[in-house]
Design a protein around this ligand. Sequence first.
Ligand code: ADP
Ligand code: MG
Length: 682
Amino acid sequence: GSNCCFMAEAYLVETAEETSGRMCVNTEWGCFGDDGTLNDIFTPYDESVDEESSNPGEKRFEKLVGSLYLGEIVRHALIALTAEKALFTGTDISVLKEKGVFTMQHVLDIINNEDGTTEVKRVLEVLGLQPSERDCGRVQQICRAVMGRAATLHAVGLAAILSYMCQTRDMETLMVNVGVEGELYTGYGRFEEILQSVSRLLSPECMATFLPSRDGSGRGAAMVTAVALRLAAQRRVVNEVLAPLRLTHADLEKVQALMRQEMEKGLGKHTNATASVRMLPTYVTHTPDGTERGDFLALDLGGTNFRVLVVRVAEEGISMASEIYVIPASIMQGTGEGLFDHIIDCIVDFQTKQNLMTQTLPLGFTFSFPCQQVGLDKALLLTWTKGFTASGCVGQDVVQLLREAARRKQHSGLQVVALLNDTVGTMMSCGYDDPKCEIGLIVGTGTNACYMEEMRNVGTVEGDQGRMCINMEWGAFGDNGCLDHIFTHFDRVVDETTINPGKQRFEKLISGMYLGEIVRQILLVMTEKQLLFQGRPSAKLQTRNIFQTKFLSTIELSNGLALRQIRTILSELELEASFEDSVLLREVCQTVSLRAAQLCAAGLAAVVEKMRENRGLDQLSISVGVDGTLYKLHPCFSHNLQKTLKDLAPNCDVSFHLSEDGSGKGAALVAAVASRTASAEQ
Ligand code: ADP
Ligand code: MG
């Protein structure tokens, strides 16, 4: 017979569940053509062979190329040519009528002895034929044609497979070894040469090297078993390493319940001090209704960049212009005065460029650090996060710090009307288009959320009427030890090496600043356990923060394996990765990003369930405004988040809207809503 198998990308093998790595596919190519696709290459001799076979209409390709059939094809050709008087004229050929008399060995004997016709004559005479010299030459030609065709068709099939492998592996060239076994390969001297040259012609991008297999069925079976055992042993160790990072539904329900508990504590007047989730009042009491108007300045501080914006809220919609300014690490970690002086310098630069120096526009300041807000424009910094440590700021009113810097810099045209968290800005900017948007969520450098809480539940602010947006500061969830049971060894190492150990523990499981570092810690342990990189970590891999969170996006992207991209990332880290290394790396990234999305969902589930109960509803329909590069660019994060949220809060119908520039637009809208509600109250 004839058949071929090859290593396919597992995700393309839709009939098997396995989606990562490769899987050997047995093509069963002998059946190729059974649906009629090869009809125009079948000769009358092939048709006769097929009709006389025990399985007519089946295994049509095999019947062109398999050693069981080659003698038969020749036999039918001889019969047909004799009938046309081109062979064996005047002699008895009745022996040829019997199926199977002309064997593969006969064909091989005839064509492997090309010099002269002595051997041909001998073979034919043994069969009981009386060939003339001319008959011998013609029989030899026929045998050569049949064998040549068989070798060529093998090459054609192989070329199709080689090209397919090259393409699906996203490679420009493919170098591959082909193990071959069988009578045709070993018996026919020119077989390999034809296989080589024809497949090169049809798939020039592929370089196949043919290796004779010895006892493939015996040794091969042993190999498959040995490989399976090695993989199973490795799998056990991988699972042990990753197990603590894999959370069950029950684990997540527990996190949700703990979040709910911390929220209640944070809202309570007397329990607030001991809550890890601070539940900070924002003095934002209304979401936009779409009637807000005016021109505003906005500042956005609290992430990777500092921005200054001018925002026009008009009937036709919101338009804005902005400029990004870098805050050098020396300023982030210098003095408070230095930081706010730098901010004023940036504002002046922006106003000059935008020709706004002569106007005094109301300013909204998006300041994304935990603040104890006392009023809309008065907020005491509780603690720095996300790499900021500027001195002399904690405990101070941030708006005041900005105003003092303006005074130092003799900038008199600044009218700060509101300070807000980026979560609030995100909620407000989505709220302008969707009145159901009453939650803001950030998953970027850090993570945080805000939502509209009933005033009667906010024990930390006087008054029971209406609602107020609460900045949860959920990044600190667990800082009081309530999440200790889910922290892994990797989380503890990552936490210990940050500038704020013991702080922002929930954030350190979820956000962009940390996921890459968690992955790196896992890779180090796996390398140590000989599961990766042949047990040898590069010096680079041992550098803190070298593995960026955006790598997770690249590595997890594409339903298969963007192998080349994974290799590029790893070679930048000076790591030589095997195919199996790449597959395992992807699994590690998936595990870490899945856990992040699930934990984020558990937090959000606590929020939406509380809102539903607050409002006495069986079913809550609500929207979340979301911002943050991790949420926006990671290929699976948002999907995993939404799916888990559905599981954990089945009575809430939650839709997600990406915020477009929440910090800028949101700051302007907070300022605008404040002036709208103020004038309404008057
Ligand atoms: P910020 O939260 O500081 O306002 P972003 O929302 O842009 O800023 O988030 C920045 C974070 O996003 C960085 O910590 C970085 O690790 C992460 N990040 C950047 N690019 C990607 C990406 N392609 N996929 C996932 N995360 C990314
Ligand atoms: Mg941001």
